[in-house]
Design a protein around this ligand. Structure first.
Ligand code: NAD
Length: 248
């Protein structure tokens, strides 16, 4: 299938490794011109090399509204505009209600909610003017099924999903789609950290019997950005090997 992404300009946040890097690689493989961000110059440079296609590395921390906005602005400057925005960030620290202090919520909301708002604020108006755009937000299966020891993530992602749904309907008539992908368990540093490196144990709890391959996840991002996905908007789609157990 031909995705029609040649020459499209994509900004992919938090792409030094993991799902962001996989998304950037998939978009570049389809001919998109890509800018990525991360917080560590060396890791970012090797990620840009791994993405290929002359990907632009942009040093930015999306954990503050200023950092998130600056990333998109620099990507627009480097690429001459942004047609595709993939919002992403690291996950907040684990913890439940009792172990998580009130003052931990602000940073988590900045990281996983306000960053999404800030990047969309910077990127979407020009997409609307050009009457073509794609926003894909990497969130979490916790949007559908909150995870016990990740109360900060559960709280922030719910807000981000409400924001994205509202935005999707507001801009749908301008050729801009806004969707989120909800990763279940994928083989990345984050999943290893949360599970003491034991991905076999995680896999045993997934109906598919394995953890997800970030490359497959990246390919799904690319499809959502394709010409064929133009009628898909406002969706929050689990990519989880069957982990989500409810009907809808
Ligand atoms: P990861 O931690 O393995 O990789 C995140 C990447 O983003 C790293 O390269 C990191 O350096 C970079 N990064 C982190 N914070 C950043 C910041 N503030 N600014 C710029 N770059 C930053 O995470 P991942 O597994 O690739 O997951 C991506 C997102 O999806 C995370 O928010 C995670 O919580 C969520 N998620 C992942 C899974 C999974 O199975 N991997 C499941 C559910 C949700």
């Amino acid at each position: 299938m031909h995705l029609g992404l040649e020459g499209r300009r994509a900004a992919v946040a938090a792409a030094s490794s993991g799902l962001g890097l996989a998304a950037a690689r998939a978009l570049a493989a389809e001919g998109a011109r890509v800018a990525i961000c991360g917080r560590d110059r060396e890791r970012l440079a090797s990620a840009a090399e791994a993405v290929g296609g002359g990907a632009h590395p942009i040093l930015a921390d999306v954990g503050s509204p200023e950092g998130a906005t600056a990333f998109v602005r620099e990507a627009q400057d480097a690429l001459g505009g942004v047609d595709i925005l993939v919002t992403n960030a690291g996950g907040p620290p684990p913890g439940g209600f009792a172990s998580t202090p009130v003052d931990a919520y602000g940073a988590a909301l900045d990281l996983n909610l306000i960053s999404v708002v800030a990047m969309c604020k910077a990127a979407v108006p020009a997409m609307r003017e050009r009457r073509w755009g794609r926003v894909v937000a990497i969130t979490s299966l916790s949007v559908r099924q909150p995870i016990g020891n990740l109360i900060l993530s559960n709280t922030a992602r719910a807000g981000a999903t409400g924001f994205l749904k509202t935005l999707a309907r507001e801009v749908a008539g301008d050729g801009v789609t806004v969707n989120s992908l909800l990763p279940g368990s994928h083989a990345t540093d984050r999943l290893r950290e949360l599970n003491d490196g034991d991905l076999d144990r995680v896999a045993a709890g997934v109906p598919a019997g394995e953890v997800g391959d970030p490359a497959d996840f990246g390919a799904f991002v690319a499809f959502l950005c394709s010409v064929h996905a133009r009628y898909v908007t406002g969706s929050a789609i689990p990519v989880d090997g069957g982990e989500y157990a409810a009907l809808l």
